[in-house]
Design a protein around this ligand. Sequence first.
Ligand SMILES: Cc1ncc(COP(=O)(O)O)c(C=O)c1O
Length: 429
Amino acid sequence: MHAEKNYTQMGREELVKLKLDLEKQYNDIKAKGLKLDMSRGKPETAQLELSMGMLREGVCDEVLSPSGVDCRNYGGLDGLPEAKELFAPILGVSTEEIIIGGNASLQLMYDTVSRAMILGFPESDKAWGKYEKIRFLCPAPGYDRHFGICQALGIEMITVENKSDGPDMDKIEELVSSDDTIKGIWCVPKYSNPDGITYSDEVVKRFANLNPLAKDFKIFWDNAYAIHDLYEDADVLLNLLDEAKKTGKQNMVIMFSSTSKVTFAGGGLSFIASSKENIEFFKKQMSMQTIGYDKLNQLRHIKFFNGKYENIISHMKKHAEIIRPKFEKVLEVLDREIAPYCIGSWVKPKGGYFISFNSLEGCAKRIGELCKQAGVVLTPSGATFPYGKDPKDRNIRIAPTYPPVPELEKALEVFVLSVKLASVEKLLG
Ligand SMILES: Cc1ncc(COP(=O)(O)O)c(C=O)c1O
């Protein structure tokens, strides 16, 4: 590390000089009138192309499932048996513990919480919406749309800090065991959005051992990145449902995932998994919402992967080949342009869709503004925290997958310059 470059150790005069120089560089880049987007974790076109086999003749015109179900007709609320067999291993559950949903796991999450608000769970004394106040724990930084569900449905959020091996379990245990208004928690346990970390075995076991005061407390385990490894040396997540069975608390666990970032982000399949008891309960409630999800799409997926889970895994390796260079580009630029100056920190993720950047405290909003003025859109600062409020104003979610590498490089140039300028401004007060 070049100690002489550490911004935080520079004198005022030196910082003023540096600021002038950075402002000049910034104005030059701003004058280029760039229009770049690093705001959302979307697959790029080449990734979508990988699944075009699903739309080819002999796949998309099939209507009979291998077991003889006419997929054009009503029925089969929980999904085709072959679809359940094919996708249950993503969440490590049995075919009796999963329902294949529509094209978005977010919808399954929203529906599960909103049904709880209207109808409650089997253990509930009354529907969640009938309480004066209910609350969810929200490990943060986290997925903004989880927080959006709470906000939309009037659920108060309590921020819990994320550590390097998962959320602060001491805090979670203390809160859930002493406050019966806490009814749920959002978790992204593997390659978390945005931190990119995977919960340790100990954290998963502590989740399975929680003793919530609310008897209808649920863990919303959103394993969106379960198979989204960038490297052979992938993170391994302990199976929460298995662990919870050991403690008899399997009804506390509700898992989600989807093929949004496996096949098509707008036309994939979603999954909800839980104890057999919960799945039966969900099916009963869901049968009032739909007669069945889109079985033709399930069939396309089964045909495309030839019904074999290992084909999904080799398909994911092709995704990794496309997006790995983008992650490595971001990390290379951060290592070169930010690390020597000690004005930010980040973790190298081994999978998922994001790199989580923490600036000096009080700089994230300003970095977002500077980027925007220079034509680079980032996820709005604060979005990774409940109510859009990052208490330290320092977290920025970098989503490198969508732009092609040359565009990503340009966007990163703007980003690091904005980080430097915002940091110097902050240090100068
Ligand atoms: C953690 C997490 N869950 C869910 C989703 C959305 O999944 P789906 O497309 O299945 O609704 C995303 C998308 O970015 C995500 O990051």
